[in-house]
Design a protein around this ligand. Structure first.
Ligand code: NAI
Length: 316
């Protein structure tokens, strides 16, 4: 079967979903962007003078509002007019519209059960032959495919984008045991030729390649920092611009990724390891406290470097 992506659907309009939708719009692919967070205010909320941002912060989530794409930094869209290619909607009301998509990308919270619940709904409405991928940071692709129809399993795999999707070139492609060779080949060449990414094929092991070593490196850094009494500013300076990286470093990266998401990603390996290997993947206490307080980074406007709505990146 020859695959073609004329229309895509992205489910989850948070940090990554909105960026992936923008990346697709930038290359001329129309996208349906769905979330469970209503992208409209209720009458009552409007009367109270609430904004979508209030609502999103209160829910500890990023609003489904596509208008946010214009404000996000670094800019996810190459031009404002690309926004017209993105149709935002609500998962519950617009589920049937997934029938029109040739590629459905799941970009929701890093939790196996929640993701599986969504795949069940997708499986019931998608047209046969539709490619379904997950942007998971490291949950087992095989576990996510379990229990789905044969056609779904044949067309299901991991496509792991990096943050921010417009700028970072890496795309990990992670086949499930059931993914057909044609689909793997198609996604690899589509990733390179159309999405403009450098594709690395990874095995379905906890956190694949990039996050297996990346999460490890970051957590070891945090432990050494605590042990030796280095400050957040010191660590960020020597792992950031001063060492030649463009902008973000240890803590700025955590602000951009989202501390809640990082917690889930560390847990992906923690749950699958033991002893000394496992210990590294335990979050330090100060980070657990920040998450309890809702200080989860840029999306909550409070993290290590983001404070009181100040943006951490300059407009490009
Ligand atoms: P996020 O917290 O910014 O956004 C998640 C979105 O999913 C929210 O808007 C939420 O309302 C929505 N959602 C939650 N449950 C849902 C459901 N059942 N149906 C529909 N929508 C639902 O999370 P983020 O950071 O965008 O992460 C999404 C996925 O991408 C995760 O699997 C994460 O591990 C992965 N990822 C995250 C990266 C990052 O830097 N933040 C980088 C690469 C991958």
């Amino acid at each position: 079967m020859a695959y073609q992506i004329k229309k895509a659907a992205v489910i989850g309009s948070g940090v990554m979903g909105s960026g992936i939708a923008a990346h697709l719009a930038n290359i001329g692919i129309p996208v349906l962007l769905l979330d469970i967070v209503p992208n409209k205010l209720t009458e009552d909320e409007e009367k109270k003078g609430l904004t979508l941002e209030h609502k999103a912060v209160r829910n500890r989530m990023v609003s489904g509002s596509i208008q946010k794409l214009l404000k996000q930094k670094p800019a996810p869209l190459t031009s404002k007019k690309n926004l017209a290619l993105i149709e935002a909607g609500n998962l519950e009301d617009d589920l049937e519209k997934l029938k029109d998509a040739d590629w459905i990308i799941e970009v929701i919270v890093e939790n196996l059960d929640v993701k599986k619940g969504l795949y069940e709904k997708i499986d019931a409405v998608r047209k046969p032959g539709t490619i379904v991928t997950s942007n998971t940071s490291g949950i087992s692709i095989d576990a996510m495919a379990e229990g789905r129809s044969e056609d779904f399993q044949k067309h299901f795999l991991g496509t792991h984008f990096f943050n921010p999707p417009r700028y970072l070139k890496l795309l990990e492609v992670i086949p499930a045991k059931t993914t057909s060779t044609e689909v793997i080949e198609f996604m690899t060449s589509f990733g390179e030729d159309r999405l403009g990414k450098g594709v690395v094929l990874a095995k379905d092991t906890p956190n694949f390649i990039a996050n297996r070593i990346g999460t490890y490196g970051l957590l070891v850094t945090l432990r050494e920092m605590e042990k030796r009494g280095y400050t957040v500013g010191e660590v960020d300076s020597v792992t950031g611009t001063l060492i030649g990286r463009p902008k973000s470093a240890t803590f700025r990266t955590l602000d951009v990724v989202g501390l809640d998401t990082f917690m889930h990603v560390a847990k992906n390996v923690y749950d699958k390891t033991e002893g000394e290997e496992q210990e590294v993947f335990e979050l330090p206490e100060f980070m657990k406290k920040m998450i309890d307080n809702g200080w989860i980074g840029a999306k909550a406007k409070q993290g290590f470097f983001v404070k009181k709505g100040k943006e951490i990146f300059e407009i490009d």
